[in-house]
Design a protein around this ligand. Structure first.
Ligand code: ASP
Length: 332
């Protein structure tokens, strides 16, 4: 079993008497040492890959982590666990999932309470993640998130609370598994989308397309999207109202942007898909599709952004390819 640590609250400690101002300090070995009984269920190779707060992770760091995980299974690990901060865990998990091309489980976890806090949840979550990574039923499921005794699919899981220890949910679909009495049990058969080809080399030339995410808002006149388009980015995702809607003025900006780059619209609601054929007003899904934008389906905005990033990093910005991939990967 390989455990790679990237930082986050699970690895955070404080020098202050009141436990405030925590920062990531603990190594992977220290995280493993804090889990009672871990040595009895797995032979662990632990490695500290970074000591970052998760808002400072980025796509190249996640892809380096992916290569490390691949090397670990190629060297014989039955599964891999990655620990990181919870703030961006749903994003790392999905980016890893898009490229994870091995049957072995790749399981992410973290903690909501720091390592020194009363009732720290990190050790329990790490133990659940290791059990999940060891379970035969976890194979061929891509990347998973194990948290608070539940197992979630990378593409649907999201952090839905800023403080609660049960912060992770999969809106619309729920967790696919539970860890009960040390056993990981799944309610649905294993399945996963085909892995994308990993960009060839981890060099400064590795593609790193610029794909911002914009949230629309009441009275949006589209000037931010126009500015983004003029800044020369490679694509853009819009977190739209309801089923992916925007104002009439924003719809015109979407049309201008779509002439120059891929524009994807997603729903900012946190649950449910973008529409395809219900509404017909300016700024509706039918209007945005007619202006050349692509619907994200069930993918929430942050995951649609990562998918567009990954597609642009690995192949042509061909509209038919982007539309087909978003449609397929945005459908349960
Ligand atoms: N609150 C975060 C966490 O749970 C901090 C971070 O994401 O690094 O780890």
């Amino acid at each position: 079993m390989a455990i790679g640590a990237l930082g986050g609250t699970i690895a955070s400690t404080s020098d202050a008497d009141d436990g405030s101002e925590i920062v990531p300090t603990l190594s992977a070995e220290r995280l493993v040492a804090a889990v009672p009984g871990l040595g009895a269920i797995a032979t662990v190779r632990a490695e500290t890959l970074a000591q970052l707060p998760s808002p400072s992770l980025d796509e190249p760091t996640v892809l380096r982590t992916l290569r490390w995980a691949r090397d670990a299974v190629d060297a014989g690990a039955a599964g891999v666990v990655i620990t990181q901060g919870t703030d961006t865990l749903e994003e790392s998990a999905y980016l890893l999932d898009l490229f994870w091309d091995r049957p072995e489980p790749l399981v992410l976890t973290g903690a909501m309470r720091s390592a020194q806090a009363a009732g720290a949840d990190g050790p329990a979550n790490l133990l659940t993640a290791v059990r999940c990574a060891l379970a035969p039923g976890s194979r061929e499921r891509g990347a998973l998130v194990a948290f608070d005794d539940e197992v979630h699919q990378a593409r649907w899981v999201a952090k839905t609370d800023s403080m609660s220890t049960s912060a992770f949910r999969s809106a619309g679909f729920g967790p696919i598994g539970r860890c009960v009495e040390a056993e990981v049990v799944y309610g649905v058969p294993a399945s996963r989308a085909p892995a994308l080809d990993l960009p060839s080399a981890d060099t400064p030339d590795t593609p790193d397309p610029r794909v911002p995410l914009l949230a629309t808002y009441l009275g949006d006149d589209g000037h931010v999207l126009d500015a983004v388009r003029d800044s020369g980015v490679d694509g853009v995702v819009i977190a739209g109202f309801g089923a992916g809607h925007v104002s009439a003025a924003m719809a015109r900006a979407v049309g201008r942007a779509a002439e120059r780059m891929p524009v994807v619209f997603a729903s900012r609601t946190g649950s449910g898909p973008t529409g395809r054929a219900m509404y017909g007003y300016p700024g509706s899904e039918i209007d945005l599709l007619a202006r050349g934008a692509i619907g994200a389906g069930w993918l929430p905005p942050v995951k649609a952004r990562l998918l567009l990033w990954a597609l642009l990093a690995t192949g042509p910005a061909d509209t038919a390819r982007l539309r087909d991939e978003l449609t397929a990967r945005g459908t349960p």
